[in-house]
Write a protein that binds this ligand. Structure first.
Ligand code: SAH
Length: 245
């Protein structure tokens, strides 16, 4: 029976992979990876390493989590060193915990390898600090994805009245709903927002606007993308570096 390394791949830029993750990728007998992990990382694997893609079954559907768990488990029965490579960090909307529990229940040993999360690194490449002295003292990372039931929101919108920086992952397709909600709870229509698409890669693109304007400004931006809301967005005027270099 092998060991599974539930490994963060970082946000996109291959050099944001940790030294530990790189070592494990080089030693792996099999790498199970998904859509958000930079595929160039696989070039680091030893010859003979198996690759298993679990991002999408076909052009529409993501492989259900239950099936991914089982794929990891089956590979752990077959190989000594199994790397489960996930975009960003395994615990930030990465379902790493679920995979760990599935393995634990079946007696498989595992380790978590933290990764640099897109929630912080992507704004950083866009020149937007998630906290800044004198501007904001905290930040929140929230899923923009919600259950289909329109009358029942999982997001406690009333909690977002403060000036905390808010970072929405998986929210681009609901950008207009999100900005509308934030205005409804009392934020001003000219409150700063940015949408950052394909952050930390050569295709990175950032659009800056307000709660009122961002919906139209960010139209058509490709995924993956995140939304960042807060006064810190204005600091990009001075701190933008990556897209200018
Ligand atoms: N575990 C990951 C997040 C998984 S949720 C992490 O820690 O980064 C997937 C969401 O992350 C996407 O919908 C998008 O909102 C965000 N994301 C991931 N990579 C990104 C990138 N390179 N640029 C912009 N957003 C990204």
């Amino acid at each position: 029976m092998g060991k599974v390394y539930l490994t963060g791949a970082g946000p996109g830029d291959i050099e944001l992979l940790t030294v530990k993750a790189l070592r494990l990728v080089r030693e792996a007998d099999v790498i199970i990876y998904d859509r958000l992990a930079n595929p160039d990382i696989l070039k680091e694997a030893k010859s003979g390493c198996e690759f298993v893609y679990v991002g999408k079954k076909d052009s529409h559907h993501t492989l259900p989590q239950e099936e991914i768990n089982e794929v990891i488990y089956q590979n752990a029965l077959k190989y000594d060193s199994v790397v489960r490579l996930k975009g960003g960090d395994p615990f930030v909307f990465g379902r790493g915990g679920e995979e760990g529990i599935y393995l634990k229940d079946r007696g498989i040993k595992f380790e978590f390898i933290p990764g640099i999360t897109s929630a912080i690194a992507v704004p950083e490449y866009a020149g937007i600090p998630v906290t800044h002295r004198g501007v904001t003292v905290s930040f929140r990372v929230v899923t923009g994805h919600e259950s289909k039931d329109k009358n029942h929101s999982q997001i406690p919108w009333e909690n977002y009245k403060t000036d905390d920086t808010i970072i929405f992952l998986m929210g681009l397709h609901r950008l207009k709903t999100i900005t509308k909600k934030l205005i409804e709870i009392g934020k001003s229509a000219d409150y700063p927002v940015a949408v950052i698409s394909r952050g930390t890669t050569k295709d990175e693109k950032t659009v800056v606007g307000t709660l009122e304007s961002i919906g139209s400004l960010a139209k058509g931006l490709p995924t993956p993308a995140l939304i960042i809301v807060g006064e810190v967005v204005k600091l990009r005027e001075q701190l933008n570096w990556f897209e200018e270099s």
